[in-house]
Structures are given as C-alpha cells and as structure tokens.
Design a binder for this molecule. Structure first.
Ligand SMILES: NC(=O)c1ccc[n+]([C@@H]2O[C@H](COP(=O)([O-])OP(=O)(O)OC[C@H]3O[C@@H](n4cnc5c(N)ncnc54)[C@H](OP(=O)(O)O)[C@@H]3O)[C@@H](O)[C@H]2O)c1
Length: 338
C-alpha cells in the first residue's frame, strides 16, 4: 500500500486509470532519506549524462530518451540527475510534464570549469528552470569542482546559491567532484570541512572504493546526502576496458596480481546466489555501502534500465564476495573506472 501511495502521488490527478495500473504493476521501488535534506528518494536515480546521456550520445532519438525518463519515473524512480551542460534538461522537462512535479527530486548543476562569474550562475540557473519547465530545483550543485577552484567558488558563487535558496528557488545546495582527474577525492575532503553542502555526488565503485574512508565516514557524521556516480561506467560494462584497468592497477602496484585472475578478474562474483552479471554486481555493491542514498544509473537503453531496476532491488551481494572485493581493491585510488 505504501508503494501504491508513493506511486499514485507521482501522477497528476487528471491522468487516466491505465497509467495508474501501469505504474502499480511496474514498480516496487525502495526509498531512502537523503541525509539532512529529509527528502525521500528512490535508491536508484536516473543519471542523464555519462557515456550515454540517456541515449543522446549514443545516437538514439529524442523520443527514445524521453521514453527512458518516463519509464524510470513510472517505475518509481523519483530522483533525476541532469545538468545544464549535459543538454538533457529539456528532455527531462518534456518527459516529466505529465507527472506531479512535487513528487520528483530534480538535481541539476552549474559547471565550474570555465572560471565562472556570479552573473553566469544566475543566467544558467534561469535557463535550467526554463529547460526543466519548473519554478524550483530540489538540489542545485556546483558541478565538477576541483580543489584548486574550491575557495573561489565558496567565496564568490556560494552566496548566490544561498540567495536563491532564500528565495525558495533552490531547496538544497550540492557539490559534485570531477572523478577522472581527482580519483582520490581531494576536493570533497576539503568540502567536508565546511558546513555548506547538503548533498555530495561522489565517484565510487567496485574498483575504486576510496570514498568509503575519505568521504562517507565524515558524510555520515554530518548527515550529508550521498549520490553515487560511476557505479558501472565503462570499466564494469565492457570487458576489454575492465582488463585495461586491471592491467594498469597491477602496473602501478595498487592491486596484488596473486589475488586476481587476470583473464576473468571479477568472474568470482557470478554464481548461484551471487551476481547475475558484472553490471548487476556493480549496482548491488554500491547499494549496500553504508552512507550511500541514491545510486545513479545512466543508460540510453530501455532494456538496460529495466535490468538495472531489478538489480538495485536484489539483496546485497553475498558477504564473502563483498569481503573479497574490499580486500583486492583496498589500496586503489588512482582510477575512476571511466
Ligand atoms: N561530476 C559530475 O557531476 C558527474 C560526472 C559523471 C556522471 N555524473 C552523473 O552520474 C550519472 C551516472 O553516471 P553514468 O551515466 O556514467 O552511469 P553508470 O550507470 O555508472 O554507467 C553508464 C554506462 O554503463 C552502461 N550500462 C548501464 N546499464 C547497463 C546494463 N544493464 N548493461 C550494460 N551496460 C550498461 C551504459 O551504456 P548503455 O547506454 O548501453 O546502457 C553506460 O555506458 C550520470 O548520468 C550523471 O547524471 C555526474
């Protein structure tokens, strides 16, 4: 009944009965509380960028991208992550127009890698509102921040976000790291010293678990909402990329070759009672990590989205597999899994 209430709230009152039935049949989502924001969020969020950009970057039509967003929401996903720079905000805006806006948690961002100025932020923010066809953003992030820019952004840009928050145009302020150049989480470790951020987006996956000690520990103490990106990315969805990552990790001595089967490094995860495949293992691994609230899944393939929804609702991986993953990758902090 709880599930039905959560889902039916998501449809506008004038939507037809068929939609309600489809929602009800499709969805048994689980929800968590996003740290101190108190927002109830689905444990899987739809990521509208990554290698696929909901299909935009893999040659799919806008109709398919729209369908993916609609299917996600119909399946109980209420958390959608996008950004002005992804160029997927408009698709999200179009896809959610038949749903109850207030039941969704929209997360979008202002990119920070071009020496942004205060006036740029206001313009970008207004464009995001327009693209998403809404008059407020649940979580507005500074996007892809690196340590070198952090102090400037806090001094010059954060006050503008706080003003928008006072005007009730932004509900909560977030920050996302740039995981490829900063797989050690240097920027987020600095950000955790301040009391500004309600939400953080963190790179974390089977291969690089360094956020456990460096980010999650303190984030749990400070009740910061944690969104996980890079759960799968390319390394855990393409075997040749995984092999390359493992070779690199052996070369730079971050994993011990005697602990791993080089030809099928993560094959031990797939067995009866264990993972169905590596993507399944990747999402379930992140989901069961203490301190994480939303695991973002990025896909431009509707069938993948359906599989990923099933994965996130499966039980955690067997404890012995989790222990082995922690042991093999315990020293890794040099790769993102890109
Ligand atoms: N700094 C930042 O703020 C930042 C940086 C990066 C990402 N993000 C956010 O985090 C989100 C999540 O990252 P991500 O998009 O890289 O997501 P991800 O879920 O970690 O990985 C997506 C990749 O995995 C593939 N994939 C997904 N499900 C699959 C399945 N069942 N079988 C085979 N392959 C599968 C996708 O290809 P298919 O399309 O073929 O499924 C895509 O190549 C992004 O979308 C974005 O919203 C933020």
């Amino acid at each position: 009944m709880l599930v039905f209430n959560a889902i039916s709230k998501r449809i506008k009152i004038n939507s037809n009965l068929t939609k309600i039935i489809i929602f009800y049949m499709n969805c048994i989502m689980e929800y968590s509380t996003l740290g101190r924001t108190g927002l109830k969020v689905s444990i899987m969020g739809l990521g509208c960028d990554g290698p696929s950009g909901i299909g935009l970057r893999t040659g799919k039509s806008e109709d398919i991208s729209t369908e993916i967003v609609k299917h996600a929401v119909s399946s109980g996903i209420n958390f959608i992550d996008t950004a002005e720079v992804y160029r997927t905000e408009k698709i999200v805006g179009k896809a959610i127009k038949d749903f109850d806006r207030d039941s969704l948690v929209l997360s979008t961002k202002k990119s920070t890698w071009k020496n942004i100025e205060p006036k740029d932020v206001i313009r970008s923010f207004e464009r995001s509102l327009n693209n998403l066809a809404t008059n407020y953003i649940d979580i507005y992030h500074l996007h892809g921040v690196i340590l070198e820019d952090y102090d400037y952004l806090v001094a010059e840009i954060v006050p503008i976000l706080q003003e928008l928050q006072d005007q009730e145009k932004i509900r909560f302020i977030g920050i996302t790291e740039r995981f490829n150049p900063d797989p050690q989480h240097n920027m987020l470790q600095r950000a955790l010293e301040d009391d500004i951020w309600d939400v953080m987006m963190v790179g974390f996956n089977i291969l690089n678990q360094s956020a456990r000690e460096r980010v999650f520990k303190k984030a749990i103490e400070k009740k910061i909402g944690i969104l996980i990106m890079f759960a799968v990315r390319l390394a855990l969805s393409r075997s040749e990329r995984l092999k390359q990552c493992i070779d690199d990790l052996i070369k730079n001595k971050q994993i011990n070759p005697s602990e791993i089967n080089k030809t099928n490094p993560l094959g031990f995860l797939i067995h009866k009672g264990g993972a169905i495949n590596l993507v399944d293992a990747a999402y379930r691994f992140c989901r069961s990590e203490p301190g994480t609230h939303v695991i973002l899944s990025g896909t431009g393939n509707l069938e993948h989205l359906k599989e990923n929804l099933k994965s996130i609702l499966r039980p955690p991986l067997p404890q012995k597999d989790i222990i082995k993953l922690k042991e093999i990758f315990k020293n890794v902090d040099s790769i993102s899994g890109q």
